[in-house]
Design a protein around this ligand. Structure first.
Ligand code: PLP
Length: 476
């Protein structure tokens, strides 16, 4: 497919802006470009067709099964879009006076209340733009807390080896040293290793529970207690709440800070760069450090307030407001019972697929899982030379988006599968049949799998080349 720059033809136009009927302000020479800006020249029809073509080549949750573990590619109900498209929401300006945006402020307030209830927290900020951004803001709260107490030697954050890569990255960016602790044979936190790791230099622990293997840590209360007793705080990576919401709460497990990916659990379309939202919740003793623009109900209506010892601004203005509208719509449509049902069915679906697929593939840590599970193809690779990548590519030929690959790092040849609660038994059965067909192909003609996929717009990509020598600019 050609790029917009390649189909550009001199003189084609789509701007409908009339000629200026006011005096034109001439910029001083020093501020002017020396060469004209290079933009494609196209008519509106050409642009529209270009994007429609691109759209047909992409793959989203509305095209087919998308079991991308940890990313929660669930169906996004259309009513969320309807609400986010209401002019009263979508046409707001961030600098409007508070009394003209009371409804929008109420959306923040209501969503905050709902998330506090779901997560077991006391306050939320909506400023962070995504999960990793929320982690950074959350870890900064932990830092502010220790600093305010003069507890300055707490420079270390403990992160288990099964953690999402963003956890150590966020802790490092916030100025902490990361201490990695290994998982035990059951795939959970090695409690003895944690005990050895904590001390007077521990600022906190960052943990996902269920972890990235889809396993709920049976020692969770002991884990959070060990960290608290050492004087540290517990951070919950709540990017994905699909397995637990309405059933248990991070706040009740001993966590002090959490971020939630609204674009995962609370059904905002994601992939391809967002926008998402990574609101951060905390217990009341941390609320004074939250970022600016907390919405409070001030008696005469809602208004913005800056917490007393705020860590400051983590983003321009108030966060990705329309993502928050979608999340609130989703929460209100489901209600408490519906939220709980999401978790029940997410877990049921994952266990159904784990059970069926274990007939053909090895499941890493094969026991009751939560919303996702991880296959390991190491055995198949050793015996037949077929890798997790080969299987993922053949799934593409069958209209299935590949699972998350080669993550978590502690599982070799990993395929991490998260069906989500929005898939029917029929869809999962079709996917299971495809996995079975691929398994039979491994037995009968393993070599053929190295050249898959056959039916996609592009075949095998040079992924190493793309990582080592990225060409990020057209024509260079
Ligand atoms: C997706 C995810 C993140 C990061 O979220 P982004 O919105 O992509 O920044 C962090 N932790 C876990 C467990 C995740 O699944």
């Amino acid at each position: 497919m050609k790029l917009l720059f390649e189909i550009s033809r001199k003189g084609h136009k789509s701007a409908l802006i009339p000629e200026a009927d006011t005096p034109v302000y001439e910029l001083p020479e020093a501020f002017k470009r020396s060469t004209p800006v290079r933009l494609p020249e196209l008519s509106e029809t050409e642009i529209s067709r270009h994007y429609t073509k691109l759209m047909k080549r992409t793959f989203g949750v509305n095209d087919g099964f998308y079991p991308l573990g940890s990313c929660t590619m669930k169906y996004n109900p259309r009513i969320n879009e309807d609400m986010a498209s209401l002019p009263g929401f979508k046409d707001l300006h961030p600098l409007q006076p508070e009394h003209t945006v009371q409804g929008a402020l109420e959306v923040f307030h209501e969503t905050g209340k709902a998330l506090c209830e779901i997560a077991g927290m006391d306050a939320f900020t909506f400023q962070p733009a995504a999960g990793a951004h929320g982690e950074f803001a959350g870890v900064m709260l932990i830092k502010a807390y220790h600093e305010a107490r003069g507890d300055l030697q707490r420079t270390k954050i403990i992160v288990p080896d099964a953690a999402h890569g963003t956890n150590p990255a966020s802790a490092t960016m916030a100025g902490f040293t990361v201490v990695n602790i290994p998982s035990n044979a059951a795939g959970c936190v090695d409690v003895d290793k944690l005990r050895e790791a904590v001390g007077s230099d521990t600022a906190g622990l960052m943990l996902t529970n269920p972890n990235t293997l889809g396993l709920f840590d049976p020692n969770i209360l002991e884990i959070t207690k060990i960290v608290h007793e050492a004087g540290g705080l517990n951070y919950y990576d709540g990017a994905n709440l699909n397995a637990i919401m309405g059933i248990t709460r991070p706040g009740d497990m001993g966590f002090d800070v959490i971020h939630i990916n609204l674009h995962k659990t609370f059904s905002t379309p994601h992939g391809g760069g967002g926008p998402g939202a990574g609101p951060v919740g905390c217990k009341s003793f941390l609320a004074d450090y939250l970022p600016v623009y907390q919405v409070v109900n001030g008696g005469y209506g809602f208004r913005f307030d800056n917490p007393a010892a705020s860590i400051g601004s983590t983003k321009a203005f108030y966060g990705h407001f329309l993502v928050i509208v979608r999340a609130l719509t989703y929460i209100k449509t489901l209600g408490a019972e519906g939220i709980r049902n999401v978790a029940v069915h997410a877990v049921l679906n994952a266990n159904y697929m784990r059970n069926k697929l274990s007939e053909y593939y090895d499941v890493a840590y094969d026991r009751l899982c939560m919303h996702e599970f991880v296959l390991t193809l190491q055995g198949i690779k050793d015996k037949y030379g077929v890798s997790a990548l080969d299987v993922a590519k053949e799934l593409l030929d069958n209209g299935i988006h590949p699972p998350t690959m080669y993550f978590p790092l502690i599982v070799h040849e990993a395929l991490m599968i998260e069906p989500t609660e929005t898939e029917s038994k029929e869809t999962m059965d079709e996917a299971i049949a495809v996995f079975k067909k691929i398994f039979e192909l491994i037995l009968s003609d393993a070599g053929s799998l190295h050249s898959m996929p056959l039916s996609t717009p592009v075949r095998r990509l040079d992924e190493v080349g793309a990582a080592r020598n990225p060409r990020l600019r057209f024509g260079v």
